[in-house]
Write a protein that binds this ligand. Structure first.
Ligand code: GTP
Ligand code: MG
Length: 138
């Protein structure tokens, strides 16, 4: 059993797609063991996406992430990290496989509806950044 960190991004919360996206997680066998709706601050977004700080889209990405509330969640299940990446689909919705969250809901490579951790180390760090251990109810 593995845990991964997910964000339902501003383009999705704004269009009332939170439930539809959670349904995709649950249909795939991932369990939501923590969930909260937050307004991210610019400082939080900059630290969270720090790995991309030298990329040309960094400013746009951080501005987008604070443009509306987001829903941060911890998902648990067999191979949760890879499974979630599979359900999310490719970063650019134009490349995302049919039936994936990004194929169905994303608007563009930037406004792509969801974030999901890409490795066990990043999952652990991202979960700890937004949740205390007491908030994880497996
Ligand atoms: P995350 O789960 O959000 O980390 O997506 P990812 O792992 O599929 O993509 P990556 O880590 O490479 O990029 C992080 C995020 O930056 C993406 O999800 C997009 O929201 C944004 N992003 C990536 N490339 C571009 C781009 O070319 N333009 C813009 N505006 N945003 C981008
Ligand atoms: Mg990434």
């Amino acid at each position: 059993i593995q845990r991964t960190f997910s964000i339902i991004k501003p383009d999705a919360t704004k269009r009332n797609l939170t439930g539809a996206i959670v349904a995709k997680f649950e249909e795939a066998g991932l369990r939501v063991i923590a969930s909260k709706r937050i307004q991210m601050t610019l400082a939080q977004a900059q630290v969270f996406y720090g790995v991309h700080k030298d990329r040309p889209f960094f400013g746009e990405l951080c501005d987008f992430m604070i443009s509306e509330p987001v829903v941060v969640q911890v998902l648990e299940g067999e191979n949760a990290i890879a499974k979630n990446r599979e359900i999310m689909g490719a970063t650019n919705p134009a490349d995302a496989a049919p039936g994936t969250i990004r194929a169905e809901f994303a608007l563009s490579v930037g406004e792509n509806s969801v974030h999901g951790s890409d490795a066990p180390e990043t999952a652990a760090a991202e979960i700890a950044y937004f949740f205390s251990g007491l908030e994880l109810v497996g």
